[in-house]
Design a protein around this ligand. Sequence first.
Ligand code: PRP
Ligand code: ZN
Length: 299
Amino acid sequence: MDTPPRLKLAIQKSGRLTDNSLDLLVRCGLKYSRAKDQLLCFGENMPLDVLLVRDDDIPDLVQEDVCELGIVGLNVVEEKRLGFRARGVEPLFEQVMTLDYGRCRLSVALPEDQRYDGPASLAGRRIATTYPNILARWLADRGVAAQVVTLSGAVEIAPRLGRADLICDLVSTGSTLAANHLREVETVLESQAVLIRTPVPVAEEKREWMDRLVKRMDGVQQVRESKYIMLHAPREALPLIASLLPGSEHPTIVPLEGTTEKVAVHAVCRENVFWETLESLKAAGASAILVLPVEKMLP
Ligand code: PRP
Ligand code: ZN
């Protein structure tokens, strides 16, 4: 019996992207069972296997065509891309879309008791990082000749150990920097989770599932912020009310039984609806305002 070819998607094993990535896949309709070793999620209702790996390995797995897809931080993608290019190797991973989680930034930081006088003051100084390629590009763009000290981890303790004068590392909450008495002074790269894919053609059956998954991910992202809003509005206030609905294109206008002055307005808002918006709608004459979450959307 022929088993259909299975798509392989790599995600981070344990870290800032893991839970959100699995959650995204579940929202895309995936039902999975997790292998005993916890390193593979087997898709039960889709021909999809999710590999749980170290985030730094994800672009390589796509590069080597072991996985067709990967979800990883832009920081890792950029670092690998520049690294491959520097070695004369064409990167074989394409960014499909950014995902709305995993936001963090790659920043330069220095001991909090030291002053900082802008990028030029970094000349001749040692900067420890696990992102040597991104940092080197940032320095080169500014014409600064600093010394990049490549470490494989524990970057935040490098200044204390005397291995470097400054660091360039990921910052999300800032608690690692605070705990190590370091002060953030420059943002080198803003990062978030991205979906990458192989540019190598894949078998028809796999490609169909790949396209479906990408469309579903897009749909999931669109609904996260979206709300369905219903309200009653005086006819003459319609233009003003429509202009107050955040990110909605064509509201539906429905007549109301027993009145010609008022109508019902139904609209999908592509942005979050805040209390302030409701208050403005009310002030514009709206009543019976109802805001509902959107579960699924296929544009
Ligand atoms: C980064 C970075 C810091 C921490 C910063 O590591 O190296 O240790 O996160 O986060 P905070 O500002 O919230 O304290 P990460 O967990 O991403 O591990 P990795 O770089 O080894 O993938
Ligand atoms: Zn990592």
